[in-house]
Design a binder for this molecule. Structure first.
Ligand code: TYD
Length: 136
């Protein structure tokens, strides 16, 4: 089982210079898992939300590389809201956490570093099935 308390803000390196910033993310150093896939959410229309699922095994780090959005995480017992709005901070989400991404700012981009390739069989898209998996 996972808890919302296992979801943590990860402070990433920030290499700043007059020309701007770089934030490198290295597997097993800045994040605890090997990166198996990178994807990003963008062009999210005003008022739209994303997510609405949990993963059986997948672990993820979410970074607002542009703009901002909120992530509501839910372990079936407790919910927590994080606002992400910095390129040098990410939200680590372990397996078995329901998540909703909402309040995207115009042009907001969510970078996702994931521990594995895409596999639809790894999703709980049904909230009751997720609750059963969490023994709630
Ligand atoms: P989903 O993970 O539900 O998106 P979000 O959590 O951002 O709302 O994925 C939406 C659709 O995109 C779904 O049909 C699966 C597909 N998809 C892929 O084909 N590959 C991927 O790596 C991801 C993340 C999604």
């Amino acid at each position: 089982m996972s808890s919302v308390n296992d979801c943590k803000i990860i402070y990433l390196p920030r290499i700043a210079s007059r020309q701007g910033c770089i934030s490198p993310v290295t597997s097993c150093k800045d994040i605890s898992f090997d990166i198996g896939r990178v994807y990003y959410l963008y062009d999210v229309p005003d008022g739209e939300s994303r997510g609405g699922h949990a993963h059986m095994q997948l672990q993820q780090l979410l970074v607002a590389v542009m703009g901002s959005f909120d992530v509501v995480i839910d372990d079936g017992r407790e919910k927590k809201r994080f606002t992400l709005n910095r390129g040098d901070q990410g939200l680590f989400i372990p397996k078995l956490i329901w998540r909703e991404l909402e309040n995207f700012s115009t042009g907001g981009i969510c970078l996702v570093l994931a521990s594995d390739i895409y596999d639809e069989k790894d999703y709980y898209r049904d909230y009751d099935a997720f609750l059963r998996a969490q023994n709630r």
